[in-house]
Design a protein around this ligand. Structure first.
Ligand code: HEC
Length: 225
């Protein structure tokens, strides 16, 4: 009989502790069973609060600058995932009438440095699938990607003729089959245009002929004469 009382008591305590105090707000600090001063742990560790001052870093700021090319979360996007920058060509790859732009937005200057940046980003984000030459023979092609109906080969007439704006949009939103996922969270709009420029460079290189090498000594080095 004694056990019945004990069990009932236990059930009551369990019910109250599980259900009864839920959502209750306490105004006093919680009772610490293992106080930090007696059992030092990670709870009260030295830390810097966002936007606070710090004597540790030379610039006096607690926050660190993000590394270069970090893409802001939801950069240029509104809550529905739509890009709301006012330069449609730069952010959407479209002109005022909603057509894909051919060439590059006026805000972009394509020069050697820009292309090199495009190559660097391409090597990180695209080469695993599209390959060093853009022929779709990246590492993933050895693991099944090449057996897809379209393996991401840039050297087809369709992709050579694809407007720059549409390539930009493919990088922003991923490919139609979604095998290639969107890169808007990894590449800023400027990064994406740099990659577009590099895709164009790969396509041009794919159609290169000996006549493209104007320098006679370079022709010799390459064994073209
Ligand atoms: C996970 C593998 C993968 C990665 C990484 C990838 N792609 Fe793709 N991409 C594909 C595949 C596969 C296709 C072929 C179309 C399809 O199957 O959806 C494709 C198609 C394309 C197309 C043609 C789209 C069309 O309409 O035919 C472009 C342009 C392209 N990719 C550019 C890029 C660029 C630029 C990057 C790097 C930012 C990139 N891709 C990264 C797999 C990838």
């Amino acid at each position: 009989m004694r056990y019945v009382y004990l069990v009932t008591l236990f059930v009551c305590v369990a019910l109250v502790s599980l259900l009864g105090l839920r959502g209750t707000k306490f105004s006093h600090p919680a009772l610490e069973v293992f106080p930090d001063w007696a059992f030092p742990g990670m709870k009260e560790q030295p830390k810097l609060r966002p936007q606070a001052e710090s004597t540790f870093f030379a610039d006096g700021r607690a926050d660190r600058l993000p590394p270069p090319h970090t893409v802001m979360r939801r950069a240029f996007q509104d809550a529905n995932g739509r890009y709301d920058g006012d330069d449609e060509a730069l952010y959407l790859g479209k002109d005022a009438s909603g057509q894909w732009i051919k060439g590059f937005p006026t805000a972009i200057t394509v020069d050697r440095k820009f292309l090199e940046h495009g190559r660097e980003r391409y090597t990180i984000y695209c080469q695993p699938c599209h390959g060093m030459l853009g022929d779709g023979q990246g590492m993933t092609s050895k693991y099944g990607m090449g057996s897809l109906p379209t393996n991401g080969n840039y050297h087809t007439d369709r992709l050579r003729q694809m407007p720059e704006g549409q390539i930009f949009d493919t990088i922003t939103h991923g490919s139609a089959s979604k095998v290639m996922y969107p890169y808007a969270d990894k590449l800023s709009p400027e990064d994406r245009w740099a990659v577009v420029a590099y895709v164009r460079a790969l396509q041009r290189a794919g159609q290169g002929t000996p006549a493209d090498v104007a320098d006679a000594s370079a022709r010799k080095t390459l064994g073209l004469q």
